[in-house]
Ligand binder design. Structure first.
Ligand SMILES: Cc1ncc(COP(=O)(O)O)c(C=O)c1O
Length: 300
């Protein structure tokens, strides 16, 4: 039997070991980052908030005028079959639709490309390593690059345009930080490579309402915050206000809530995760196994 424990891919109806999945070098997905995707976490053998991730994927497809050639139910079936075959109980489960290869090589007409859906999964990814997240992460906010403006590339359609993040990550890693957070051109805190960003001041929990992906973990955090009786606020978050916060943290499908204890020179909470971010981190892992959010996978 094929070993899928390192990951699997679903391509045109076939399920393959992750290392064997291939696509054309002429695909606009590769040559122009012309792709939309989504990632639903699988935790202890079940999808978390699958309907919400599928809703967002369908919105991204429509925003980018991509046609996967499959219905929502067929895509869910592909993900489920792939996960069941992989045997992975805790996984990063990605669904992708790429623009495809143009009919005539070199064509500049996106309507001539054959869009295609594929999926892949690997063991669960923590965008900030688990031990680092437990102890509290560090982040650099560079002066440049700024997050690509939302009227240039729509950040709400989940995409592969990572030029700004990759540049920022090089700077962060070279200066000894775990990750990077980018500002917009007006000096507001936006998001980072794979996560949304929050600041806590008193009983208010603030996160950017523009220029960022509508993270499903972000939504989960806003719900957890409301349940704690705190006040969620979605609005521009100026850097000065961010640095004055009591606590700051990140949210991602890859690891949930990550307290941040250092941003540049600013140290939060004497370098230890704050009480609210720590509580939200714990609640997120509780919610991952809450039946109301789960779609169990029947493994082969
Ligand atoms: C740019 C960006 N922002 C935010 C997020 C967090 O979104 P979610 O909570 O849905 O994982 C991601 C996730 O990959 C992302 O790529």
């Amino acid at each position: 039997m094929t070993d899928l424990s390192k990951g699997a891919a679903w391509m045109a109806g076939d399920i393959l070991p992750i290392g064997e999945a291939k696509m054309s070098v002429m695909d606009w997905g590769l040559t122009h980052s012309d792709v939309t995707y989504d990632v639903v976490p699988v935790w202890k053998g079940g999808f978390f908030r699958l309907d919400d991730y599928m809703d967002r994927f369908l919105e991204s497809l429509s925003a980018m005028r991509l046609d996967p050639g499959l219905s929502r139910a067929q895509m869910v079936e592909a993900l489920t079959d792939m996960m069941a075959a992989s045997g992975l109980q805790d996984a990063y489960c990605a669904m992708v639709c790429a623009r495809g290869v143009p009919l005539i090589p070199g064509s500049r007409d996106p309507r001539e490309c054959g869009n295609h859906f594929y999926a892949w999964c690997v063991p669960y990814v923590h965008v900030i390593p688990f031990e680092v997240a437990e102890a509290g992460a560090s982040a650099l906010i560079p002066d440049s690059p700024r997050r690509i403006p939302q009227d240039s590339v729509n950040p709400r359609a989940k995409n592969y345009h990572w030029g700004d993040f990759t540049d920022g990550l090089f700077q962060a890693k070279e200066q000894g930080f775990n990750t990077v957070i980018l500002l917009d051109h007006a000096g507001n805190v936006t998001e980072g490579p794979g996560f949304n960003v929050f600041a806590i001041k008193g009983d208010r929990v603030v996160t950017s309402g523009h220029g960022v992906l509508g993270g499903i973990t972000r939504r989960t955090v806003l719900e957890m915050v409301a349940e704690r009786g705190m006040t969620p606020e979605e609005r521009p978050l100026p850097l000065e206000e961010f640095l004055e916060a009591d606590e700051v943290f990140l949210s991602s499908s890859g690891g949930g809530v990550t307290p941040v204890v250092r941003v540049g020179y600013r140290v939060f909470g004497n370098g230890a995760p704050g009480p609210v971010a720590s509580a939200l981190r714990k609640t997120y892992f509780d919610w991952l196994v809450a039946p109301k959010f789960r779609t169990e996978i029947a493994y082969a």
